[in-house]
Design a protein around this ligand. Structure first.
Ligand SMILES: *[C@@H]1O[C@H](CO)[C@@H](O)[C@H](O)[C@H]1NC(C)=O
Ligand SMILES: *[C@@H]1O[C@H](CO)[C@@H](O)[C@H](O)[C@H]1NC(C)=O
Ligand SMILES: *[C@@H]1O[C@H](CO)[C@@H](O)[C@H](O)[C@H]1NC(C)=O
Ligand SMILES: *[C@@H]1O[C@H](CO)[C@@H](O)[C@H](O)[C@H]1NC(C)=O
Ligand SMILES: *[C@@H]1O[C@H](CO)[C@@H](O)[C@H](O)[C@H]1NC(C)=O
Ligand SMILES: *[C@@H]1O[C@H](CO)[C@@H](O)[C@H](O)[C@H]1NC(C)=O
Ligand SMILES: *[C@@H]1O[C@H](CO)[C@@H](O)[C@H](O)[C@H]1NC(C)=O
Ligand SMILES: *[C@@H]1O[C@H](CO)[C@@H](O)[C@H](O)[C@H]1NC(C)=O
Ligand SMILES: *[C@@H]1O[C@H](CO)[C@@H](O)[C@H](O)[C@H]1NC(C)=O
Length: 891
């Protein structure tokens, strides 16, 4: 069996490192049902809670039975119950793209005196989170997930399913670092968190992430304990509390294995397991503790010896599933000591596949709700889940795309006032019914902006003035059914006469005109995300232990990082004669840029590339200026650096570091002769580099910068195949004061251009993510971005159609000859398809892309380095430090 092992250690030595700031910044702690304006510090944990009153305006505050109160912390002593409405929701602001531990706690405590526990459903935004099924009303129940929200808020909704009144006691969100609890896909639901060998449970402050560690004792196990310092565990990015690591168990029968098993509700459930080990005993020199871990008969990790007083976290990057899941920790032949384990976490993968309603539609309908004080049960996501669609709406659901509102029916709702412009933001609206209300004023022109509108019913109101001629035209053409009768002051275009009370009698002929956009969306959406169905289950667990975070600073984009060249820091101004000198009278042409020619030159024997602006290029001049300005400001190892520039009248030139291996496109297309094709590992490194460059532009620069022309010809490769983004001529600096996008003239390269940006002219950070996704698809497939065939198929469609067939080998560049880790390729394909998602909200943020690509690289790295090392001792000695730079290039 071929398996890939990925090894390192989270953990490390007991160095006296001072990381004691266990502050609660990033914690959101809500006491549901507490009186408005109340905030307090809970005595036992020191966590600050605030009332939920500002987050919700429905429900009633209640308290649990007083006899139970002194058994529980204050935040669960009150609760909010929802006797009215089917769905009631909390909307909580968070930082999108950041990983959170999200907990909802329910303690019934006979608050209503009925002594009858209710059962109800919990939604997470547009998706089902689960059913709240309380066994014992005197005990608290917590639902917990680990999730990376893609919007600036999360919505937690309670749904009345007819089995009692929903309620909630507390909501807690804790931000985690994004590089822990990484899954192949989906989010995680807590299944087991166990401080093995302990007689007491812990949470914050012991646990910096406020995970609750439960306890339970097993007779067949012997408890061990030791006193260890907090420093020992702080080094590990999973940061298990020292007090949790200080207890452990071994089997009472020293030759028996330690067995941990459970029976899932559903054999297809996927579990991610995290085991924590620390040698807390003192072993004599002739003693060893070594064991092998077997999962359902398959060796999961072989010959492991926990290090003394340092935390080792062992986890698999791909999930386990089965009718029963059994982990058996067995001592090896040479081991004189029984196996040990200190703590365990098990999570179940949970998918939240339904997208939230399209943001603009959601904003528009929320405005309409507040302007007209709509009293209907409008809470949570307007369109999803489809079972809880807001009354009066209909939506379109196309694949995984965000639902769009297609119908708004506010008839007979007792509404008055003018027709609000926010209605015109419902861009896909097909049917608008405002009949039988008291709307007044004119029929606004903005209704003509609703291009898809087929039915407009305004009858029985008090509208006045004339009907916009564009609407009348559409009515006459037969593309709009328009009803305006019983508006006494309304008249037809051109016939308006104050005293005339004309009876309008437009009727309803309708020619269905299905828009082409719909069909395209449907095709594209249908072929995306079929991965779960066809995922290869073959490979066994890929096991991973990470070394302690050696050098945290290397994760972050570094502004001042030094490269291998002395040239970079200067950014000098050169004269034209200097340029002649440097390029030996423009002797060697090495490329032709969009607005000039690129020559080879030498400064102090170091090669450089000199780009000369062609004098005829007017457009080029602005780009030239933009590029100089930008490159003077930024410096990052994955951006081409400017060595200097020349600005003498019409002689304008930029001097860059020389990138010996040309651009990525040449390598992928095979245009570069005499070079071998890029291996999968090299490709992933290039992808990580390019993504890191983008991440620096977006997150490391203040204000952020949009590249706007990310493509494979703009990714240059150094002598050692380090990739750098180049060509900043189109880049835009994002305004710091403005909103979340800038409107610009459309610029970029066909095939790489974000379709959303193309349609709306709204440039967001997700536009570069789209282009990067296209590059990533090129890296994976080596296919042209737009096929040369007649259909001009886009690379994303080509890939999607193959993914649907489940054939990863057909997607990957065939020249690789299957020499890659399949899971690693899947992961890259998954990242790329997410990036080219038509809905920008579905595209991951760049920091997540970098992390995920590093994971993919680590999988491949594990394969190439350890493919034969399945049971070898050498495995545990190896450290992969994903953050160190550069990687050894030799294979
Ligand atoms: C918690 O609240 C107390 C006072 O109520 C305040 O002094 C303290 O700074 C707060 N802590 C945090 C981390 O917000
Ligand atoms: C949580 O958020 C706070 C405030 O934004 C930040 O200071 C802290 O570093 C974050 N913690 C983690 C683990 O990311
Ligand atoms: C959440 O964020 C939105 C938009 O930034 C803001 O309008 C709103 O007031 C915030 N809500 C709370 C409760 O802070
Ligand atoms: C509920 O839990 C409490 C506290 O553990 C226990 O005393 C009681 O017997 C339990 N009730 C039921 C019905 O199981
Ligand atoms: C101890 O475990 C070994 C191996 O599982 C088994 O053969 C032996 O019978 C056990 N001894 C006792 C006393 O249970
Ligand atoms: C280990 O060494 C000690 C003395 O140092 C001895 O008593 C013991 O029997 C040895 N144990 C083994 C398993 O060799
Ligand atoms: C929504 O669509 C369904 C089926 O197409 C239809 O039965 C229902 O009446 C529509 N609702 C509204 C409010 O138009
Ligand atoms: C018009 O709306 C009112 C409530 O605003 C309702 O009572 C009446 O039945 C409605 N008439 C029609 C014809 O729908
Ligand atoms: C209807 O609108 C007219 C002016 O356009 C106004 O004079 C009249 O009072 C309105 N009627 C009602 C019932 O609001």
């Amino acid at each position: 069996m071929s398996r890939s092992f990925l090894v390192g250690f989270v953990g490390g030595l007991v160095l006296a490192v001072l990381i004691q700031a266990q502050d609660q910044s990033g914690f959101i702690s809500i006491d549901c049902g507490a009186p408005a304006d109340v905030s307090y510090t809970e005595a036992k944990t020191g966590i600050n809670y605030t009332s939920d009153a500002k987050l919700i305006n429905t429900g009633v505050s209640m308290s649990i039975e007083s006899s139970l109160k002194n058994e529980y912390q204050r935040q669960v002593q009150t609760l909010r119950s929802f006797p009215e409405g089917k769905r009631n929701c909390y909307k909580i602001n968070i930082t999108r793209g950041s990983k959170y531990l999200i907990k909802a706690t329910f303690l019934y405590g006979n608050y209503d005196g009925l002594n009858k526990v209710p059962q109800f459903d919990l939604l997470f935004g547009a998706n089902r989170w689960g059913t709240v099924n309380i066994n014992n009303g005197s005990l608290d129940l917590t639902k917990e997930i680990i999730h990376v929200p893609s919007l600036d808020y999360v919505q937690i909704c309670l749904v009345n399913t007819g089995r009692g009144t929903p309620f909630i006691s507390s909501i807690e969100l804790r931000n985690l670092t994004n590089d822990i609890y990484v899954t192949e896909s989906g989010s995680l639901k807590t299944y087991i968190r166990w401080d093995i060998g302990s007689d007491i449970g812990y949470r914050y402050k012991e646990d910096v992430y406020d995970r609750y560690w439960a306890y339970d004792n097993i007779n067949e196990w012997t408890q061990l304990s030791a006193s260890i310092s907090a420093d020992a565990t702080n080094q590990n990015i999973y940061k298990p509390p020292a007090i949790v690591m200080s207890t452990a168990v071994t089997p009472a029968n020293v030759s028996a294995p330690l067995v941990i098993s459970w029976v899932p509700d559903d054999p297809t459930d996927q579990f991610y397991v995290y085991m924590y080990f620390m040698e807390i005993g003192v072993l004599a020199t002739n003693q060893t503790r070594e064991f092998t871990i077997v999962n359902n008969g398959i060796q999961w990790y072989s010959k492991f010896s926990p290090q003394r007083l340092s935390v080792n976290t062992l986890y698999s990057t791909s999930p386990s599933s089965g009718k029963e899941i059994i982990f058996s920790i067995e001592k090896t032949k040479i081991s004189t000591q029984p196996p040990i384990i200190n703590a365990l976490e098990v999570y179940k993968a949970i998918d939240f596949p339904q997208s939230d309603t399209f943001k603009d539609d959601d904003d528009a309908i929320t405005t309409i709700k507040s302007i007209y004080g709509v009293t209907r049960d409008w809470q949570g996501d307007p369109c999803a889940p489809v079972d809880y669609l807001w009354a009066g709406l209909n939506c379109s659901y196309i694949g995984k795309e965000s639902p769009r509102i297609t119908t708004l029916d506010l008839s007979s709702s007792g509404l008055s006032g003018k027709i609000d412009p926010s209605i015109s933001n419902l861009g896909m609206l097909e049917k608008l019914d405002l009949s039988n209300n008291s709307f007044n004023g004119e029929i606004p022109d903005f209704l003509t902006q609703l291009r898809h509108l087929k039915i407009l019913n305004l009858k029985k109101n008090n509208l006045s003035g004339t009907i916009p001629s564009a609407l009348v035209e559409r009515y006459n053409e037969g593309s709009l059914s328009l009803s305006v009768d019983q508006n006494p002051y309304l008249c037809e275009t051109g016939q308006c006469n104050k005293n005339e009370k004309k009876k309008n009698s437009f009727v309803t002929p309708l020619v269905a005109s299905v828009s082409g956009v719909f069909i395209v969306l449907l095709v594209v959406a249908a072929i995306f995300w079929t991965r779960n169905r066809i995922k290869s289950k073959g490979d066994a667990a890929t096991i991973k232990i990470l070394m302690k975070e050696k050098d945290k600073s290397q994760i972050l984009p570094q502004v001042k990082e030094q490269d291998n060249s002395i040239l970079h820091s200067k950014k000098q101004r050169y004269s034209y004669p200097d340029l002649l000198n440097i390029t030996n009278n423009f002797n060697t042409i090495i490329g032709n840029g969009g607005f000039g020619t690129v020559y080879l030159g030498y400064i102090d024997d170091a090669p450089v590339a000199v780009k000369m602006l062609s004098p005829s290029s007017v457009h080029g001049y602005q780009q030239f200026q933009a590029e100089v300005k930008l490159l003077m400001r930024v410096h990052h190892k994955n951006l081409t650096s400017l060595v200097g520039y020349c600005n003498e009248g019409s002689n304008e030139g930029l001097i860059y570091e020389y990138m010996a291996n040309g651009n990525l496109q040449e390598h992928l297309s095979g245009k570069r002769r005499k070079t071998k094709i890029l291996s999968w590992e090299e490709r992933l490194r290039i992808a990580v580099d390019a993504a890191s460059g983008l991440e620096y532009l977006q997150n490391g620069c203040k204000p952020p910068i949009f590249h706007r022309d990310v493509k494979s010809t703009n990714i240059l490769l150094s002598e050692h195949f380090q990739a750098k983004l180049s060509d900043f001529g189109l880049s835009k600096i994002f305004p710091t004061d403005g909103g979340t996008h800038v409107s610009t003239v459309i610029a970029g390269t066909p095939g790489y251009l974000d379709p959303e940006y193309y349609i709306t002219s709204r440039l967001t950070e997700k536009s570069d993510v789209y282009s990067f996704g296209v590059v990533l698809l090129e890296i994976i497939t080596s296919q042209p971005v737009i096929a040369k065939s007649q259909e001009k198929t886009h690379i994303s469609q080509w890939v999607s159609s193959l993914i649907e067939k489940g054939d990863i080998n057909a997607v990957v560049d065939s020249r690789l000859g299957g020499d890659f880790d399949k899971n690693s390729v899947w992961k890259a394909v998954e990242i790329a398809t997410a990036c080219v998602s038509l809905n920008p909200n579905r595209r991951p943020v760049i920091s997540v892309i970098v992390t995920e690509l590093k994971e993919a690289l680590a999988m491949e790295f594990g394969r190439t380095k350890y493919s034969d090392a399945e049971t070898s001792d050498s495995v545990k000695l190896v450290t992969i430090n994903m953050n160190s730079e550069p990687f050894p290039m030799a294979r």
